[in-house]
Design a protein around this ligand. Structure first.
Ligand code: HEC
Ligand code: HEC
Ligand code: HEC
Ligand code: HEC
Ligand code: HEC
Ligand code: HEC
Ligand code: HEC
Ligand code: HEC
Ligand code: HEC
Length: 271
């Protein structure tokens, strides 16, 4: 710290405002071997470099550092291989050779990963398709800083597909949309099966995150024949009897309980 003081080009000192700099907790790096816990033995690094030569290196962090990624991550995982990171190894981010320090900033008062806006900005800097989805007219309120990617995903890996935090997609949705869990007298089969049959989890151009608009949404599974199925438009239509009940909310004008019904006679999801 004689060299890495407040005048240093890299702001080292903010680490003392973080948990890693806490000296009273025996588990922190600063209470152990201090800077060397992470950066390794200082060795020749403190010697002045000979003329025309570079200073002896010390363990460095990040994608472009000379230290191999596995060695860098090993340092962090020495202390952080807990239930949140037990699937790091073999997970998609590890497979992409990402370093912990690609996302986390250790020498900062507040790690940007622990704040909603800076976290999602970082995720979206790589996940451009998802960034576009969250900017659609109907979306989970990520872009307003009211939600984080990590409410649904664990970026350190998980037991499920897509690094989801829950083992079943519906379990994930129920953690916030509890009223959809039921139990219901008359369940609608696809709702109990998988919310994403009808909803896109990130965002959509249709209201309520719907993948398609009714009646087409419903007609992916239900026959159009023998039932009001085509909206009245005033012009000649290809098939079926045009019906004004399919305007506006479409099938939901009558089948309003699309997520299931608790009414004794709600078997057709009408009430
Ligand atoms: C918890 C592990 C950890 C501890 C403890 C730690 N560092 Fe770091 N250090 C890092 C990481 C990770 C980086 C990469 C940038 C970042 O995250 O801020 C880094 C970056 C640096 C850099 C910039 C290096 C470069 O390549 O530009 C310097 C200088 C530095 N640390 C010095 C120190 C000093 C001095 C101490 C002790 C006061 C210290 N570090 C303690 C993890 C640590
Ligand atoms: C010597 C053990 C040790 C090492 C090495 C270590 N950490 Fe930590 N880290 C801790 C402790 C202890 C805490 C505080 C945990 C707590 O209070 O719950 C912590 C907290 C954190 C937090 C949460 C900070 C907060 O404000 O809640 C992050 C993020 C983190 N460490 C990332 C890293 C990264 C990235 C590395 C590697 C560059 C690393 N750690 C290396 C011990 C370590
Ligand atoms: C893709 C970006 C990314 C990478 C890579 C990453 N993290 Fe994280 N990490 C996060 C985010 C985002 C959070 C905040 C989680 C939340 O909001 O609940 C976090 C939280 C943490 C925390 C504090 C909360 C907790 O989960 O215990 C620790 C400790 C941590 N990470 C350690 C690591 C270590 C060690 C590595 C490398 C093996 C690593 N992280 C790699 C994004 C990342
Ligand atoms: C409300 C929960 C939720 C939030 C918040 C969320 N996701 Fe997702 N994400 C999901 C679900 C569920 C899937 C699985 C998609 C499927 O099966 O149709 C998924 C899938 C993905 C995938 C895999 C490819 C794809 O699009 O199907 C990526 C990458 C992804 N999410 C990144 C992100 C990023 C980045 C953020 C934050 C900007 C984020 N997610 C926020 C629920 C969420
Ligand atoms: C440096 C670029 C980068 C950053 C930053 C990043 N990711 Fe990724 N992520 C990737 C790559 C590359 C993959 C693997 C390829 C893929 O599936 O898109 C991946 C995979 C994923 C997957 C699994 C996708 C699947 O198909 O199973 C999810 C979910 C995800 N990332 C979420 C996040 C979240 C949340 C954050 C922020 C905390 C984040 N990512 C930050 C590059 C990044
Ligand atoms: C971490 C909490 C959380 C999780 C998990 C979550 N949601 Fe949401 N959801 C919200 C919030 C917050 C809103 C916005 C409510 C608002 O704008 O009033 C929302 C809005 C919605 C809406 C749109 C409501 C409307 O009227 O436009 C739908 C549909 C939805 N979520 C479906 C899902 C599905 C499907 C899943 C599972 C893949 C899921 N949600 C997981 C918190 C969550
Ligand atoms: C069969 C298709 C379908 C499935 C499956 C489905 N939904 Fe919906 N959902 C809809 C439709 C259609 C609307 C629009 C309702 C309206 O316009 O009144 C909607 C609206 C919503 C809304 C906003 C309005 C409200 O009722 O609160 C939320 C939240 C929601 N769904 C969550 C979920 C969750 C969670 C699941 C999984 C348990 C799920 N949906 C499964 C079709 C479906
Ligand atoms: C992913 C396929 C799927 C989608 C999309 C879907 N449903 Fe269903 N629906 C089903 C299945 C499966 C059943 C159960 C059929 C049975 O038990 O015979 C069902 C049952 C029903 C029933 C009760 C039928 C009966 O005979 O008791 C009604 C009414 C209904 N759906 C209306 C809708 C409406 C309205 C929509 C659009 C908002 C919709 N469904 C979207 C698959 C779907
Ligand atoms: C004008 C009101 C109305 C509209 C609009 C409507 N339905 Fe129905 N639907 C009903 C009624 C009433 C029944 C119950 C018939 C019975 O009990 O015999 C029913 C029954 C059903 C059934 C159960 C199968 C059956 O024939 O009994 C399904 C599936 C269904 N509707 C799907 C849809 C779909 C999909 C749409 C949109 C394309 C839609 N409905 C639009 C009133 C409507």
């Amino acid at each position: 710290m004689k060299c890495h003081d407040e005048d240093n080009e890299y702001p080292v000192l903010p680490i003392f405002k973080t948990k890693h700099g806490e000296l009273n907790d025996p588990n922190t790096p600063m209470a152990k071997l201090q800077c060397e816990t992470c950066h390794g033995p200082v060795g020749d690094h403190k010697k002045k470099a000979k003329k025309g030569q570079k200073k002896a290196p010390i363990r460095a962090f990040g994608k472009n550092a000379w230290t191999p990624i596995a060695e860098q991550n090993g340092v962090c995982l020495n202390c952080h291989l807990d239930h949140n990171r037990m699937n790091w190894s073999g997970g998609p981010h590890e497979n992409e050779d990402m370093a912990c320090a690609d996302c986390h900033v250790v020498h900062a008062r507040k790690d940007p990963m622990l704040e909603a806006r800076s976290q999602t900005q970082k995720c979206m800097s790589c996940h451009l398709k998802q960034r576009a989805e969250f900017n659609r007219t109907s979306s989970h309120p990520i872009r307003f800083g009211n939600m984080r990617c990590t409410q649904c995903h664990n970026p350190h890996g998980s037991f499920s597909d897509n690094q989801l935090k829950a083992t079943h997609k519906n379990e994930l949705c129920y953690t916030c949309h509890t009223e959809k869990r039921g139990p219901l007298l008359w369940a609608h089969a696809p709702v109990a099966e998988d919310c994403t049959l009808c909803h896109s989890p990130h965002g959509s151009l249709h209201q309520a995150l719907l993948k398609k608009r009714p009646p087409l949404l419903c007609q992916q599974c239900h026959a159009a024949a023998g039932h009001p199925s085509v909206a009245y438009s005033g012009s000649g239509l290809p098939s079926g009897t045009p019906n004004q009940f399919l305007l506006g909310k479409s099938c939901l004008n009558c089948h309003s309980q699309v997520h299931g019904s608790n009414h004794p006679s709600g078997v057709k999801l009408l009430r």
